[in-house]
Design a binder for this molecule. Structure first.
Ligand SMILES: Cc1cc2nc3c(=O)[nH]c(=O)nc-3n(C[C@H](O)[C@H](O)[C@H](O)COP(=O)(O)OP(=O)(O)OC[C@H]3O[C@@H](n4cnc5c(N)ncnc54)[C@H](O)[C@@H]3O)c2cc1C
Length: 291
């Protein structure tokens, strides 16, 4: 199917894009890589009157290290996130997650900012972004504001971004040296999207006990979440397999799983618990190797 008619305008700057969003209201949509927006426009699930192209703005590009954080421009493609040396060495969970998005074509065009703003329930990044306790930076008519990952994903295709705000960068605190990590994913065989995806970070103290452990889950439900009950059950414990399995069984505490053609709610929950266990055990093994 073709899209409905729209006006195309390339923004000259972030401020220009914000003022175009303000002028044209709900009828206008930003476009970055176009790999989520154009498919839903072709299905007529979105029918914007105007597309504001931010895909070439230099302000939204590049990666830098700043005060113990890696700052990633919204326009970094999945391929750039997966291959950037600084990201690979400091936050390997994010690089690995990016390398598992879709296929080569999607990774070369799709952007991390677009993926986060779109907030598809089956998107890969939210698991890592939550486990890494990243901050999303948004700019709108009133200036810039920082949104913790935990407050960013609100519902299916819904984030804390206002309609006249642009996601400009993602700030990711570098986890402690010697941390372990893992991204476990059950992928849709046709698209690559996550039916379930679990990201984990494990930090062990000198005696091999969990000092910190963080788990983010995507795909299972309409909105990605931090597995607080699992994390609480592990902190201060030795990472023995029985302890990890019991903690992983708490991962879906209070969560309503999706039930659709890709998997029943019961199936998704079983997979989520299994992948949580695997993710934590692999993160622990990596922490033990690096520690
Ligand atoms: C065949 C296929 C397979 C895929 N497989 C996967 C997969 O396995 N895992 C996965 O996670 N994703 C997958 N995707 C989605 C892909 O990762 C997209 O690249 C991503 O979701 C959107 O990024 P984009 O730059 O293309 O955004 P666009 O499509 O340009 O925009 C998406 C939405 O975000 C808004 N937006 C874009 N940039 C900004 C910004 N800076 N600030 C505010 N709003 C913004 C747009 O207005 C639009 O509403 C797949 C896509 C396709 C087509």
């Amino acid at each position: 199917m073709n899209t409905s008619p729209f006006v195309y305008q390339r923004a000259n700057s972030v401020d220009d894009a914000i003022s175009l969003l303000q002028q044209h209201g709900d009828g206008a949509k930003l476009i970055a890589g176009g790999h989520s927006l154009l498919p839903i426009m072709k299905l007529r699930l979105a029918e914007p009157d105007m597309l504001i192209d931010i895909g070439r703005l230099p302000e939204l590009q590049g990666t830098r290290r700043e005060h113990g954080e890696i700052v990633i421009g919204a326009l970094a493609t999945h391929h750039q996130v997966a291959t950037d040396q600084e990201i690979r060495s400091s936050i390997p969970l994010l690089a690995d997650t990016a390398s598992r998005v879709g296929d080569r074509q999607v990774r070369n065009r799709g952007t991390i900012g677009g993926a986060l703003a779109h907030a598809d329930a089956a998107a890969d990044y939210p698991a890592a972004i939550l486990a890494l306790e990243a901050t999303i930076v948004a700019r709108g008519p009133g200036g810039a504001r920082q949104i913790p990952a935990r407050e960013f994903f609100l519902d299916f295709l819904t984030t804390a971004l206002a309609s006249d705000e642009i996601l400009t960068e993602i700030r990711v605190p570098v986890p402690a040296d010697g941390h372990g990590w893992s991204y476990q994913k059950l992928a849709n065989q046709a698209s690559g999207y996550a039916i379930v995806g679990v990201g984990a970070i494990a930090i062990l103290d000198g005696s091999g006990t969990f000092d910190d452990v963080r788990v983010g889950v995507t795909g299972t439900a309409a909105v990605a979440w931090r597995a607080a009950a699992t994390e609480a059950a592990l902190r201060g414990q030795k990472p023995e397999s029985g302890v990890v399995a019991a903690a992983a069984d708490k991962v879906d505490d209070g969560v309503e799983a999706l039930d659709d053609l890709h998997g029943s709610a019961e199936y998704r929950l079983r997979v989520t618990r299994g992948l949580t266990r695997r993710a934590i055990l692999q993160a622990v093994a990596r922490a033990q190797q690096r520690g």
